[in-house]
Write a protein that binds this ligand. Sequence first.
Ligand SMILES: *Cc1c(COP(=O)(O)O)cnc(C)c1O
Length: 398
Amino acid sequence: MNPLAYLGEQLDSFRQAGTYQRLRELQSACEPVCRVDGREVINLASNNYLGLANHPKLVEAAIQATRRYGVGSGAVRTISGTMTLHLELERRIAAFKQTEACVVFQSGFTANSGTVSAILTAEDHIISDELNHASIIDGCRLSRAKIHVFPHRDVAAAEEKLAALANEPGRKLLISDGVFSMDGDIAPLPELAALAERYGAIMMVDDAHASGVLGRNGRGTVDHFNLHGKVHIQVGTLSKAIGALGGYVCGSRDLIEFLYHRGRPFLFSTSHPPAVAATCLAAFDLLEQEPERIEALWENTRYFKKALNDAGFRTGESETPITPILVGEAAVAHEFSRQLFEEGLFATGIGFPTVPKGKARIRTIVTATHTREQLDRALDILTRVARRMRILTPVATA
Ligand SMILES: *Cc1c(COP(=O)(O)O)cnc(C)c1O
């Protein structure tokens, strides 16, 4: 008797529903055109917004740091795993974000879950956008605070929740993604920050998809909206536009020192290899020295989004390089993705539970390094396959 037999049964049910996913194998570096499962494909499936994931300067920084300091840090940060490079990176990010201090976590995921769970207790309240990232949701659950979910980007609903809690004891945390990862729309941060101020709540934003993308030199949504000093906790990632791995929290010196003492992933999981910290430092140099990369990202974004809309695709409310193509059912999204791949385009199908039922989609992300020719080829494949699958109305043959 296999006590794990139920897992196999569940996998069978995924297969029947058409939502079973095999992992695709990337056989080259992450580039605009890459090799996946033995095929050359245009890659619209990465978060490598600025093309930094294999940028020669970052690769060189990683090699130099590895030669000099080795491949591992040897311990968690609080024991003996705080290297000079880690501190240098944190000072660099704090200055970049114009905050007092910064702490780097192993990932954006642990930055969110580790921070929310550390700063709140069961007596407290969290007011959270319904489409916030899984790492925020897990952090909320770990904190044991009471969770009040408001409809996506609905400021009035968020205010109602805060008003209803005004006389309740406990702290209140108002939390939102800066850019929503599956829809590409931007949080109404000025309004949310004003609410936080009015109701004495802590304001926290997760800028994973805004880091390196929005704001001056990619400083994120707080800078984009000029809300410096009005958002108490800014989370960012080093795993997307920055091209390597990691997450960070920026805010007051006290917040950061508290996380040194109570952020569980910080306390109980080993710090980054020196190569990762050195790579990220080199990436921040590039953000400051080559802002034209960000401009190229936005030019490609405008071009691609307009072409998709002109072709008749439904792309929702996206305002950023993340452009979903909505198709409805998860099985259709996965089949669309599979047929696109056969034709040479890599774009992931996303369905429940990552997005709500009936809102399945293909998610596309253009990068700064895609050429016009590659984008045109991608558009051609998308249109051809969508017509064949009747996601777009087939062209009448006269
Ligand atoms: C990707 C993502 C994260 C996690 O970042 P990692 O560094 O990949 O762990 C957190 N929040 C949002 C909104 C994300 O999209």
